[in-house]
Design a protein around this ligand. Sequence first.
Ligand SMILES: [Zn+2]
Ligand SMILES: [Zn+2]
Length: 229
Amino acid sequence: MGDMPGAREELDRLGRALRAQLVELINDLTPGSDLRLLFLDAPRIVDWHEPLRYQYSTSSFNGERPAHVSAAESVSRAAALLGSAGWEVAISQEGVGGGARPGPRPGSVVIGRRDGCRIEIRVSDHRSIVYFDGRTPAMALYEPEEFQWPEPARTAETVTPGYVLCYECDGLGWCPGCGGRGWVYDKVRGRKNCSVCHRDRVCLICRGAAQLAISLLSPYQRGYYPELG
Ligand SMILES: [Zn+2]
Ligand SMILES: [Zn+2]
């Protein structure tokens, strides 16, 4: 895979800046939170269409606001911190999800946007819990590469005496459905598991050997080889 020049450095820079901003917000709004639970260590693939897109993101970090700080104070403090750090800030009253009970509860969401990054801070009106979400833009890091269908493991010239080329893969050895990738292109999701091998990658009949011993063929399998009589 060919690197896209500078893309990984840029995404890493955005990931570090996002983390630093989240740490500042968490320490200020919910002091004493366990920052070891803030996972932002490696970008994940979030779009499997070519070229694949990578993103740093948190999975809903939460902390507790101090007892003497009201929800409204937390919201304005979050907005002020983001604004002073150059984030474009919006506040919505759409309610706060998360926790055991489904559905939104009364609360506010502070949304910050900067350099394609997004931070959301959800402050519940009636509970002390504060949720933090952050993500960088989803970026392509590698040039898409045309898949090279593998060379067959066996051909009519290299098949072992006493064997025939596998009728399923015709000597390929790899799964004939996906060429050994374990996945195939999918319009909607970008990629999906190969329905022929279910990610085994090798041909299910010859298990990768690409050839079958004539003496072990079942009557059904012999039907694929009329030349055997
Ligand atoms: Zn095969
Ligand atoms: Zn396959």
